[in-house]
Design a protein around this ligand. Structure first.
Ligand SMILES: *Cc1c(COP(=O)(O)O)cnc(C)c1O
Length: 399
């Protein structure tokens, strides 16, 4: 179908692939091409396409009950919340349909906390450059990427941006008596697979505790086992007060959640927030099935094994193709390559030449976001396809 005939709002530059069916790490296009899918709905289908446990969960629940809204008790919602809290720092959960809504809930929870805590002047939220928190107003203001905020009216009051690695500015922000919270991705996803050093996360916790400032983690992309621990912040041995998650939580079904300690959520009382669809029975049934698989120790062990292999192989590629690959980044299976050639072109060469699907990222990176259950065989295939893409890139750059 031609672009001109499309009735879709033109906000996406879509790859010329018509997808039809998926199975595990494979994506089958309408024209018969089979792709090795290391995008997986952007780090979302963490168990691959059409995982039998998830398919069964959808089928079973679809015949029972889809939606009732949150004016009724939803047993699977209470159960998934309990499972999430059992495996995290959190005491309470609010379910959403997307990552950006989980971020909105986190921002509102933080401001409302200070309001009910007798410090209504604490409204300032500090984010970092290169961050991505979603596309709703609060989320774009928190990340403050100009290409997502420009033209959309005045910048929202109380949102500020810190430069990555500027510790002095961060300290000053935390010491500011009007600061409500710091929002950060422990590993930046869209920004180009940048992990915050563990020591910085621990330092952040100490400083925030000292000044009564809340920490919001956005683990929408880096959570749910992607880094080889269930939550990315576990690597640093510290905990946030509030955390937004989504993407992999439903294994491809739209689910998000805002997790919080009881203390940080103390302003979120009846009427303070809500969602019609959030936490609906269908989503919760799939979420329980997906989270059950993702949180298994075997799943995390497998991620670490494959991630170790990939890291070694990608560093090898960087050594052989220093004219193509500048840097290997990321954590676990949130893997990034900072490139010399344009990342969009490289993605097209991988897709059209090798039938390998990879994602773009900030700072001229490409991201490999395979399903967490990708086999070693498939990971090897991905590396071979990347190697041939690097060869092709070298040829094209020489031409
Ligand atoms: C994808 C993403 C979001 C937004 O999630 P949506 O479901 O697209 O709203 C927020 N934060 C991070 C870190 C993300 O990767």
């Amino acid at each position: 179908m031609s672009q001109a005939a499309s009735h879709l709002m033109g906000v996406y530059n879509r790859a010329p692939v018509e997808v039809e069916r998926g199975e595990g790490a494979r994506l089958f296009a309408a024209d018969g091409t089979v792709y090795l899918d290391c995008v997986q709905g952007i780090s979302t289908n963490a168990l691959g396409h059409a995982h039998p446990v998830l398919v069964q969960a959808v089928k079973d629940q679809a015949e029972k009950l889809w939606h009732v809204s949150n004016i009724f008790r939803i047993p699977d919602q209470e159960a998934l919340a309990a499972e999430l809290c059992d495996k995290s720092f959190a005491d309470v959960v609010f379910f959403t349909n997307s990552g950006t809504e989980a971020v909105e809930c986190a921002l509102k929870t933080a401001r409302k906390y200070h309001y009910v805590n007798g410090q209504p002047e604490r409204i300032d939220i500090y984010g970092f450059d290169g961050a991505f928190h979603g596309r709703t107003y609060g989320a774009v203001n928190a990340a403050a990427n100009p290409s997502y905020t420009e033209g959309f009216g005045p910048k929202m009051q109380g949102f500020h941006q810190l430069t990555w690695g500027d510790h002095e500015a961060l300290k000053a922000a935390i010491a500011n008596p009007t600061t409500a919270a710091i929002i950060v991705e422990p590993v930046q996803g869209e920004g180009g697979c940048r992990p915050v050093p563990d020591v910085c996360l621990r330092g952040l916790r100490e400083l925030c505790d000292e000044h009564g400032v809340l920490i919001i983690f956005d683990e929408v992309q880096c959570g749910m086992g992607r880094t080889g621990k269930l939550w990315a912040h576990e690597w640093a041995g510290m905990q946030p007060d509030i955390m937004a998650i989504a993407k992999a939580l439903g294994g491809g079904f739209p689910i998000g959640a805002c997790l919080s300690t009881t203390e940080a959520a103390k302003g979120m009382t009846v009427g303070a927030h809500g969602s019609t669809f959030g936490g609906n029975p269908l989503a919760m049934a799939v979420g329980r099935a997906a989270f059950g698989e993702l949180s298994k120790p075997e799943t995390l062990a497998h991620v670490n094994e494959i991630a170790g292999y990939l890291k070694q192989q990608l560093h090898g590629l960087k050594e052989r193709f220093p004219d193509v690959i500048l840097d290997v980044r990321g954590k676990g299976l949130l893997t990034g390559l900072k490139l010399v050639p344009n990342n969009r072109e490289f993605m097209a060469w991988a897709r059209d030449g090798q039938h390998l699907l990879i994602a773009g990222g900030g700072d001229n990176c490409v991201r490999l976001l395979p399903p967490l259950n990708i086999t070693l065989e498939e990971a090897r295939e991905a590396v071979e396809k990347l190697e041939r893409t690097c060869e092709a890139a070298r040829g094209r750059m020489a031409a």
